[in-house]
Design a protein around this ligand. Sequence first.
Ligand code: BG6
Length: 486
Amino acid sequence: PRDPVAKLLLFGATGDLAQRMLLPSLYGLHTDGLLPAGLTITGAARHDYSDETYRDFAKKALDEFLPEDRKDESAVGAFLDRLFYQPTDLSDPASFQPLADKIGDISGGLAIYLSTAPSLFESAIEGLQSVGLAGNTVRVGLEKPLGYDLESSREINDAVAKAFPEERTFRIDHYLGKETVQNILALRFGNSFFEPVWNAQGIDNVQITIAEKVGLEERAGYYETAGALRDMVQNHILQLLALIAMEPPAHFDGADVRDEKSKVFRSLRMMKPEEVPHNTVTGQYSDGAVGGQFVKSYTEELGKPSTTETFVAIKAHVDNWRWQGVPFYLRTGKRMAARRSEIAIQFKAVPHSMFAGRGGLLQPNMLIIRLQPEEYVQLLVMAKEPGLDRDGVRLREVPLNLSLDAEFAKSRRRIAYERLLLDLIEGDQTLFVRRDEVEAQWKWIDAIRAGWVANDQKPKSYPSGSWGPNAAVALTERDGVTWQDD
Ligand code: BG6
């Protein structure tokens, strides 16, 4: 049941995420009439704005980050009227009373969005509690990174749990807000023909790629302490893996979907330190050309030497009945040849080819789910080339195409955060990450990191604009598998 709150409190209201994503998303919901009628949005951050100057700030952000065709002066004006602002220093307990006064009555429900450094979570929560802003009906949304390893993630979760029970804690992984990611569920569980072959008998291997063209993007402070494994694999890639690997949930709701994902995380094969070098490849970009543009190396951008990985490829296994023996190849990197998020499911070859004697070659079928920048699902199937076949049968792999972009051209492409903010406001946890999920993810990630330390595994250099170090190619090739589309 939808249970909308009357007030939203946005910590980190002047940050990069707020400007690029949160304010444009809230505006999007506003223009579609999806925000509760009287909903007010109070921004809080260190910056010394008033309501008026924060509205100016928000207007500038919308100007910069909304697509042209979404800008509408009167809608922007009405949206800005919902905004208020209170200067707040999360590390200063004295900051909270004025904030509580500003927000006033919360009997209509309050949702809090913490888009701040996790080092401030604890003091924020204590402060909120001390002034009654963590009461019975208050929900809290937490932006990543949710820790640095299992231990720090537990500390954050414990601190949050002191004030907010799990049913009111909304851990954000913005990949779950993406339409194409939710489409994985529609594809698997809204159709009957995939599920019977969706297992070790039908599938040879699964590849998950999130490749980016961008580099450090002024986030050196954070990225240097994170690296690709923590930044992308621990959350986004493992969430995608869980949606591909999970058993069919009984209901599309927060309890059942998250129970099934959680089982997948608990089934991930833990790597022993000595197994890590064989199953992982790390890389760091050197200079090179990305899309015709010359770009600097990671360490040049950073301004100092570093062993942080900007690329990682992993061969993973889900040790359960359904997936025994099926490798899941995962890779992600910055400064790659293209921006592309994609899942490629390679099916098993036919057991016997009747075309072999006539020279016809078969490729095993592949299902490609392209999440971005384009949104499509493609099934590669074998077809006969037209002809009389006197020199042998000619078979060719051709795509069965479902372009979600074209099929749903009339619907507006939403920012992933629109869905997540609305679900936070209305209290639906299905697309948020539960504590047990996050901790199981970290446990698996920590084992890999421990292996890197034990084996002194350092990232290999790869040129910007490539597909990562050669060793990443070798990781799959030695199993006779080629990364899709290289
Ligand atoms: C964030 C990471 O979680 O996801 C960034 O911190 C990364 O490093 C971003 O660039 C990618 O998100 P998207 O939606 O652009 O694929």
